[in-house]
Design a protein around this ligand. Structure first.
Ligand code: ATP
Ligand code: MG
Length: 525
């Protein structure tokens, strides 16, 4: 089933509708496979309709009935046909409208109807015919003549563009529908999987990559080997390091974190290995290094890719010998520490660039954990959201909030360059913004998340290619024809086309339609 209500929120579809309304004065209707109109609400009549005849017909009970009947007949025709679209006469008999089929997996799901236009200038004979046809329907024909005269007359070329645009709307509906179903299938398949683990300590996630990670963490529980955790920013490297420690036999000793990028070389040296009194200015007493603080426990070397080369040598020695020498001392001390290191850098590449020692790399990379970015495990997004919402609301003593479906979808579609941390911050922000309100709507999402899908869709291959080309061609021909008709009166033409004068001038420039560049007939080129 197509989610018809959602269609009006799809940017491309809305945009195409606006273009059709603006250039051809047509309205777009969606009908389902039984021929029922899906996007017409009598209570909001005038605000949405742009076509003079559909507005007039739908405004009155009788006209509405006839109109609905016409569309139901058109649906019958589309249903039984193999053709992508049909051009069909409307209730007045002389105006025409387009019905373009929506087909998914060869199944007919409904149509897009674009109502309506004229193929020829109105003649007295046509007016008589319209009066008769409308009269036969029991419609008060005189009221509709004004509307008929306002309809756009489309020549053959314009009709071709017009049809192409209507077909594009139908294609966009198909794209939207398939995308949504695929996403829903993926989520429900995952939710139905039995026996998957939901979390590991405070780590949340039940996607396949996370299950693999949990499996690995189980295996290395009682191992003493060093671990290297690699992953992009905010993917949970620190959380994993903690899980390793708190699930190991060392859990009753300390878990100590050193951020290697936060110190210069000398400070890192004394921070890690300690120093003796007087070894440098400011060393007023002996100080234990973090290696010793972590004795019998775990030392987490965060951002190890930022460790200066000279320090890498020292670290390698400690890892190989199990002994260290504090700064300014000659005495060697024994330590029993398990090292877990993390980085978001590509250490292999750094080795090639001589920025990281290969021997140290192999020494720390005994067990390698790669944390998948959030964009590769979107299935985890709903449970992560649940987790962050529950936690955040509890902290703030608020009733638990729920997400509007559309807000959820936008969050799902966003590529999360900042990963879980970015998601966590966004949820925190939404909780604060909604205050006592229990619903989180799409409108309050951060703009980058809310608007992401839209720009993406507008840049999509098909839209960027076919639509853009055909729109440009149409635009060019309309401007060219308009310039001749208005005798190069750009202000008047701009008004007619509904764009600014500056905008028109730019387009004239772009399409090289300037008067001086178009040779007049009879003039030598
Ligand atoms: N699987 C997860 N479940 C729940 N929360 C998570 C998960 N992964 C990460 N987080 C949360 O996301 C935030 C970032 O995680 P963490 O600091 O461990 O990432 P990181 O990889 O060390 O980031 P950075 O590269 O910036 O140092 C933390 O607040 C953490 O609690
Ligand atoms: Mg970190």
């Amino acid at each position: 089933m197509i989610n018809w209500d959602e269609l009006k929120h799809i940017h491309v579809i809305r945009k195409l509708g606006e273009i059709l309304a603006q250039w051809f004065t047509t309205d777009i209707f969606f009908i389902d496979e039984r021929g029922q109109i899906k996007n017409f609400d009598p209570s909001r009549l005038d605000s949405e309709l742009r076509n003079p005849l559909s507005s007039a017909l739908l405004a009155k009970e009788r006209g509405r009935l006839i109109f609905m009947k016409t569309l139901a007949d058109a649906n019958e025709k589309a249903l039984k046909s193999e053709l992508d679209h049909h051009s069909i006469p409307g209730p007045a008999g002389i105006e025409r409208f387009i019905v373009s089929r929506i087909t998914v997996d060869r199944e007919y799901l409904g149509s897009v109807v674009a109502y309506c236009y004229l193929e020829d200038q109105l003649t007295p004979a046509m007016i008589t015919q319209a009066k008769q046809t409308l009269g036969a329907f029991g419609l008060d024909e005189s009221g509709y003549m004004e509307s008929l005269s306002q309809l756009k007359v489309l020549d053959e070329q314009e009709r071709r563009y017009f049809l192409e645009l209507v077909d594009l709307v139908a294609q966009e509906v198909v794209t939207f529908h398939t995308e949504i179903s695929r996403r829903e299938e993926r989520i429900s398949a995952l939710n139905n999987e039995l026996g998957v683990r939901y979390s590991y300590d405070s780590m949340i996630g039940k996607s396949k990559p996370m299950q693999d990670l949990y499996g690995l963490l189980d295996k290395i529980r009682s191992s003493e080997s060093t671990v290297l955790i690699q992953g992009e920013n905010g993917t949970g490297k620190e959380l994993i390091a903690k899980a390793i420690h708190y699930n190991s036999p060392r859990k009753d000793s300390q878990f100590v974190t050193v951020n290697c990028s936060a110190f210069n070389e000398n400070l890192l040296d004394s921070e890690l290995f300690g120093h003796v009194k007087g070894s440098f200015t400011g060393a007023i007493k002996d100080k234990k290094g973090l290696f010793e603080v972590a004795d019998k426990g775990t030392l987490f070397l965060d951002e190890i890719g930022d460790m200066p080369l000279s320090m890498q040598v020292k670290l390698l020695r400690v890892l190989q010998q199990g002994t260290l020498t504090p700064v300014g001392s000659t005495e060697q001390r024994k330590v029993d520490v398990r090292v877990v290191a993390a980085t978001n850098k590509d250490l292999k590449e750094m080795i090639d660039d001589m920025q990281f020692r290969e021997d140290l790399y192999y020494r720390i990379n005994v067990i390698n954990l790669v944390v998948p970015p959030l964009r590769d495990r979107k299935e985890d997004i709903p449970i992560l959201i649940d987790h962050f919402v529950n936690r955040g609301c509890k902290e703030k003593n608020l009733a638990v909030k729920t997400f509007a479906k559309r807000a959820m979808e936008r969050i799902f579609d966003y590529p999360w360059p900042g990963n879980i941390r970015e998601l966590e911050n966004e949820i925190e922000r939404l909780i604060v913004l909604t205050g006592e309100d229990k619903n989180i709507s799409m409108e309050i999402l951060s703009a980058r998340i809310r608007d992401h899908g839209e720009t993406l869709k507008m840049q999509g291959a098909r839209v960027a290619g076919k639509l853009k080309d055909s729109l440009e061609e149409l635009e060019k021909s309309m401007i060219k024809e308009g310039l001749r008709r208005t005798n190069w009166n750009k202000s008047r033409l701009a008004k007619e086309l509904g764009i600014s004068r500056a905008g028109l001038i730019m387009k004239v420039e772009k399409y090289r339609l300037d008067k001086r560049k178009i040779p007049r007939s009879g003039e030598a080129a």
